[in-house]
Every structure is written in structure tokens, then in C-alpha cells.
Ligand binder design. Structure first.
Ligand SMILES: C[S@@+](CC[C@H](N)C(=O)[O-])C[C@H]1O[C@@H](n2cnc3c(N)ncnc32)[C@H](O)[C@@H]1O
Length: 257
């Protein structure tokens, strides 16, 4: 799990998320795009009430007006005011959307309020996962659905291997033992939901610029200039035929209350 101070540095003090999203868009082998694929998994019905927790920049909703359910209400939320503002800037012209600062561990809505709750790539940051999942279950209507994307355990393994080599010299925000992966997530979810389905999206990164990779790593880790030199050297050693290959599997859990 990411330390709370790291979560705040990554999402509250500045928007490092956009750097990482741009990097993934540039170097992912599967060009369909994880955001496009994730959106395809949502089973919308007209008139739905939808709550997204940890919405980040809300890019997944952009330019999709014709695919949204009719007469729906969609609340985009994040615990970071900076991210809520980013989401608002992007989506405020569409009256279907409203925006709110919410910590996933304390959801300020009554029982049985939503047909659908979404929390994509959020749970590895959450300090009290049991509290968050109880809250999500509570606000879902009977038969409501919870959608939650995450990563496979070997995702970014090649970078994690480098982090291990530098472990005592820098503070890495990316947890080395991910608590909520495609492999382990269902064990946690089954305590709160009756039916859990998992779907996977196969991908990989093929990076052709060491500078971009250094920028990506330093966007979420606090590393001194001296250690960045060592990092750069380890990254350079990982290039084969001018490509640094990185494993990446992502997916979604679709859970029924
Ligand atoms: C990796 S980003 C994912 C953003 C977006 N869901 C996406 O898939 O692009 C994680 C997001 O979770 C938010 N977050 C972290 N901890 C949270 C918490 N306890 N409650 C609500 N949001 C949280 C962060 O501010 C950040 O926007």
C-alpha cells in the first residue's frame, strides 16, 4: 500500500498522474487503450445514478456523450481537491456530471443510493480497504454493481526490480508488494459482494527513450540527483535493441452487491 504522505504528494500537491498517463499512452503496445476498454465494460442503463470514487482527471468520460445512459446522474469524486478541479474543468459543460471531494473511506451518501459505483486504480492507495469496501456496499442499491480496475502482480516488474536495487537510497511510492492485484483482489472483494467477475486486458510497454522512462519513474518517487544517475544507468542496462520492455497486465473486477 502506498503511504498516505506519498498519496498526497502524488495527487494533492501536484498532478503527477497526467505525466504517467501520457507515458502509458505513448508506449503501450495494445493501442486500443485501457480507458477505451474499461469504458466498454460498463453496463449502463437509462436513469442510472453513478458514483465514481478516485476519478483522477476524469479523462475516461471525455468525448463519450453519445454512449452515456439517458437521464443519468454521474457524480465524479476524488479525495484530492486538485483532481476534483481537473475533472470539473474537463466535464462541467455536460449537466449529467457533478463533482465532489470524497474520501473513499467515508462516502457521504445514504444507504442504497447508487446503481453503479466505480473506483479505478484506486485501491492500492487506500489505507483502510475494509472500511472503503463496506462503504461502497452500503451506498449501492440491492443488485447494484461495483466496477474496479487494477493491475496484475507482475505489472511494471522490470521497474520494481530496479527499485529493489536502489531500495535503501530512495523513497519509492510504488509499493513493492501490491495488496490489491488481479490475483489477490477477489479474496478481499468476496467478503463484501455476492458475485465477482474478473476480465483482463493484455498489454506491455515498449519504451524507446531512457529520458522518458526516468521522467516516468521520478514522477512518482522522491529520488535525489545522485540516485537518479544510478537509476539512469540501471535503466540504460535494461535496453535491448533500443527498447526497454516492461510487463503490464490490467483488468477489472465487476462485483454484484
Ligand atoms: C492512479 S489514480 C487513478 C485515477 C482514475 N481513476 C484513473 O483510472 O485514471 C488514483 C486516484 O485515486 C485518488 N485517491 C487516492 N486515495 C483516495 C481516497 N482515499 N479516496 C478517494 N480517492 C483517492 C487519487 O487522488 C487519484 O486521483
Amino acid at each position: 500500500m502506498t503511504k498516505q504522505a506519498d498519496v498526497e504528494r502524488l495527487y494533492v500537491k501536484s498532478d503527477t498522474l497526467t505525466t504517467r498517463m501520457d507515458f502509458h499512452a505513448k508506449y503501450s503496445v495494445n493501442k486500443y487503450g485501457f480507458g477505451n476498454w474499461t469504458f466498454d465494460q460498463y453496463n449502463f442503463k437509462d436513469g442510472m445514478r453513478i458514483l465514481e470514487l478516485g476519478c483522477g482527471t476524469a479523462k475516461i468520460w471525455n468525448n463519450r456523450d453519445e454512449r452515456l445512459p439517458k437521464d443519468a446522474e454521474i457524480i465524479l469524486s476524488d479525495f484530492s481537491p486538485l483532481m476534483v478541479n481537473k475533472a470539473r474543468e474537463l466535464m462541467q459543460d455536460n449537466p449529467t456530471f457533478s463533482f465532489r471531494q470524497i474520501n473513499i473511506e467515508e462516502i457521504p451518501y445514504g444507504d442504497d443510493s447508487f446503481d453503479m459505483v466505480i473506483a479505478n486504480h484506486v485501491f492500492h492507495h487506500v489505507q483502510d480497504k475494509s472500511k472503503a469496501l463496506s462503504e461502497i456496499r452500503r451506498v449501492l442499491m440491492p443488485d447494484g454493481r461495483f466496477y474496479s480496475t487494477t493491475m496484475g502482480k507482475d505489472t511494471l516488474k522490470e521497474l520494481t526490480d530496479i527499485f529493489h536495487k536502489l531500495e535503501n537510497k530512495a523513497s519509492f511510492a510504488r509499493p513493492i508488494d501490491m495488496p490489491y492485484t488481479l490475483e489477490k483482489g477477489a479474496d478481499l472483494l468476496q467478503k463484501y459482494f455476492s458475485n465477482i467477475e474478473q476480465r483482463q486486458y493484455m498489454d506491455a510497454l515498449e519504451v524507446t527513450s531512457a529520458d522518458d522512462l526516468v521522467e516516468y519513474v521520478t514522477s512518482y518517487n522522491e529520488i535525489s540527483d545522485a540516485v537518479i544517475c544510478e537509476l539512469r544507468q540501471l535503466i540504460n542496462e535494461g535496453f535491448v535493441n533500443d527498447v526497454f520492455k516492461i510487463q503490464k497486465t490490467q483488468g477489472i473486477f465487476i462485483c454484484v452487491k
